[in-house]
Design a protein around this ligand. Structure first.
Ligand SMILES: C[S@@+](CC[C@H](N)C(=O)[O-])C[C@H]1O[C@@H](n2cnc3c(N)ncnc32)[C@H](O)[C@@H]1O
Length: 277
């Protein structure tokens, strides 16, 4: 896009406000296939196995507001389902680790969308774990996945765990993963997650303080156990934090406020703040 087009865009946005901005530059599919077609056309999805997984997992089963728009959407408890382009970026970078038979972990599994995609990529004999620190979100993700991909949870190919993802998956002390995705920004990379990477394993994690500069990083554990870090891009994510800091139940008592939150009203108002995780 030319600088001239960008500057016209900024003027239009400042005149009409945030709603125009949302319409102005976000891809918006008519349905899930259309959204995936647009992500492919923009070279966000380049790998066939990522495309196949994202076509199968219908985003409408994971969020109620604008599921086919390339932006985050509010799912409750002060968080969003991430934007489709960020899910695609994560899967593209993990693709050669998310192979049939692999074991993988989605930290901050939220709506369950990415856990389901990861599980399809490691099928038929691989396993995807999701860890989430808001219990209610694990229940919502269970419903979402059962609706979208019946059998994944029942067969044990997806396992959702309630817990603090900064401590890794605490189900089984010896568990290690071929691939780890972290869906919230860590001020420091948690050592427990590095420890739970297998040799040759890879983690994709946003790193940086809340409100400050954040970068999506790729962490590769080499066969000899050494760790290599590489920066992929600048991002904006909610923090990997304490449940009580993220979500204060007393603020969310009002039914009308909850209704508007579910419909994405406040989220649309916040879009100018570029929380595009
Ligand atoms: C931006 S949301 C993304 C959720 C999910 N990837 C999706 O697209 O639906 C970040 C998620 O991380 C979770 N989270 C934040 N801190 C966490 C922690 N310490 N342990 C586990 N989950 C955490 C939030 O509750 C939220 O579900």
């Amino acid at each position: 896009m030319s600088n001239r087009t960008l500057s016209i865009g900024r003027k239009v946005r400042s005149f009409f406000g945030y709603k125009t901005m949302a319409l102005y530059h976000r891809a918006h599919g008519e349905n899930n296939d259309d959204l995936i077609d647009q992500l492919k056309a923009n070279n966000v999805i380049t790998k066939a196995r990522v495309e196949q997984a994202m076509r199968k997992v219908d985003r409408k089963n994971y969020c109620s507001s604008d599921p086919y728009k390339d932006s985050p959407s509010y799912i409750g408890y002060s968080v969003n389902i991430s934007a489709p382009h960020m899910h695609a970026v994560a899967l593209e970078n993990l693709e050669d680790k998310l192979v049939p038979g692999a074991t993988c972990l989605d930290v901050g599994s939220g709506s369950g969308y990415l856990t389901a995609c990861m599980s399809l990529m490691v099928a038929p004999n691989g396993k995807a774990y999701g860890v989430e620190h808001i219990k209610e979100l694990t229940e919502i993700a269970t419903k979402n996945i059962n609706k979208d991909q019946p059998g994944l949870l029942e067969s044990g190919r997806v396992v959702l765990v309630f817990g603090d993802g900064r401590k890794g998956l605490q189900l089984n002390e010896s568990i290690q993963f071929d691939a780890i995705h972290v869906g919230a920004a860590a001020a420091e990379i948690p050592q427990a997650l590095i420890d739970q990477l297998k040799p040759n394993g890879r983690m994709i994690i946003p790193v940086g303080k809340e409100g400050g500069e954040q970068f999506l990083e790729q962490i590769d554990k080499l066969p000899d156990g050494r760790v290599e870090r590489s920066v992929k891009m600048g991002v904006r994510y909610v923090p990997l934090t304490d449940a009580s800091l993220q979500y204060d139940k007393t603020k969310h008592r009002w039914p009308l406020v909850n209704y508007l939150l579910r419909k994405g009203y406040f989220h649309r108002r916040q879009q100018n703040d570029t929380k595009w995780n």
